[in-house]
Design a protein around this ligand. Structure first.
Ligand code: FES
Ligand SMILES: [Fe+2]
Length: 320
């Protein structure tokens, strides 16, 4: 590889993986709201119907190309295009055309190419994206802390990074960058377990506290390429839902939501705060490298670099 100047979008030269990706926060989309958004280099629109459910479609109206994300109206559970008032269901079928009594049957069938499967949970709206519009291949199962133990979301933060999505999570397998870039002396050596579309890693690590570093454990459960739950043990009870969403092949929208038990002991409030701000600090250190780096298909690795190639081998299953 030569270091010739390259178009930003060509720095990675990787496809976009399929999976569930966060596309917004539930509280930002009220009944009747229409929101345009970009996902995986395509334009989509979502809306919340009067039944409370969010639906998603390709943004461009198949009639004559108006953008459904601008000036359209939610009618019941359907979306009405501003240009000629065709009305669409969330499954992509045409529900009505104001100047046409009898609709051609092919228009009233669900249209998988145009509709975007949506799943709303944990206060987040997720969309299933697949380049060939295959139906969801795996489910989004949250963790028992939230479903059974009543943990609550406490903090939300988001960024857009100039990097391909695969590079972000490759970080966890890239053991040698922790001391160099993040100043963590004994980097966590993760044990990785793969189960279909899920990846589990477990690592013991030094966690920073106001009274110095203590031994902690970090378990990560990644659900496809788009999200993971990170459970911090040993210091306080904290769960990070990290979501990374490809805007295109070189930009990724990252969102963090933290959960902790409904009641947090007073002596743990500071520790929890410190742990959260430490994860942001690490991201911002990674972001010194990401906007300029390139994806090397054949990196020059040595033995102690960590399970980078195993990670890539796992990740390749998300490329259709
Ligand atoms: S362009 Fe949408 S109804 Fe005509
Ligand atoms: Fe990092």
């Amino acid at each position: 590889m030569t270091a010739s100047v390259t178009n930003p979008a060509d720095r990675f030269n990787l496809p976009i993986p399929f999976g569930w990706f966060a596309v917004g926060r539930g509280e930002d989309v009220k009944v009747g709201d229409v929101v345009p958004f970009q996902l995986c280099n395509e334009e989509f629109v979502l809306w919340r119907g009067e039944d409370g459910a969010v639906r998603g479609l390709d943004a461009i109206c198949p009639h004559l190309g108006a953008h459904l994300g601008h000036n359209s109206t939610v009618i019941g559970n359907e979306i009405r295009c501003p240009f000629h008032h065709w009305q669409f269901k969330g499954d992509g079928a045409v529900a009505s055309i104001p100047y046409q009594d009898v609709l051609p049957p092919k228009l009233t069938k669900p249209c998988r190419e145009r509709s975007l499967p949506i799943h709303e949970d944990l206060g987040v709206i997720f969309a299933w994206w697949h380049p060939q519009r295959a139906a969801p291949l795996f489910a989004l199962n949250p963790v028992p802390e939230i479903t059974e133990e009543g943990w609550v979301p406490v903090f939300f933060k988001e960024w857009v990074f100039d990097v391909h999505i695969q590079e972000i999570t490759e970080n966890s397998a890239d053991v040698a960058h922790f001391p160099a870039l993040h100043g963590i002396k004994a980097p966590p050596v993760p044990e990785m377990k793969i189960d279909g579309y899920f990846r589990y890693t477990s690592a013991t690590s030094k966690l920073p506290t106001a009274r110095g570093e203590i031994d902690g454990k970090i378990d990560v459960r990644a659900i496809g390429p788009g999200l993971s739950f990170t459970r911090f043990w040993g210091i306080t009870d904290l769960l990070l839902l990290q979501m990374q969403t490809p805007l295109d092949g070189a930009r990724t929208h990252m969102r963090h939501v933290y959960f902790h038990p409904a009641e947090v002991a007073e002596d743990k409030v500071n520790v929890t705060q410190k742990l959260m701000s430490n994860t942001w600090k690490q991201l911002e250190q990674d972001a010194l490298v990401w906007p300029f780096k390139r994806h090397l298909e054949k990196p020059l690795l040595v033995k102690n670099d960590g399970p980078i190639l195993a990670y890539r081998e796992f990740y390749s299953r998300f490329y259709a």
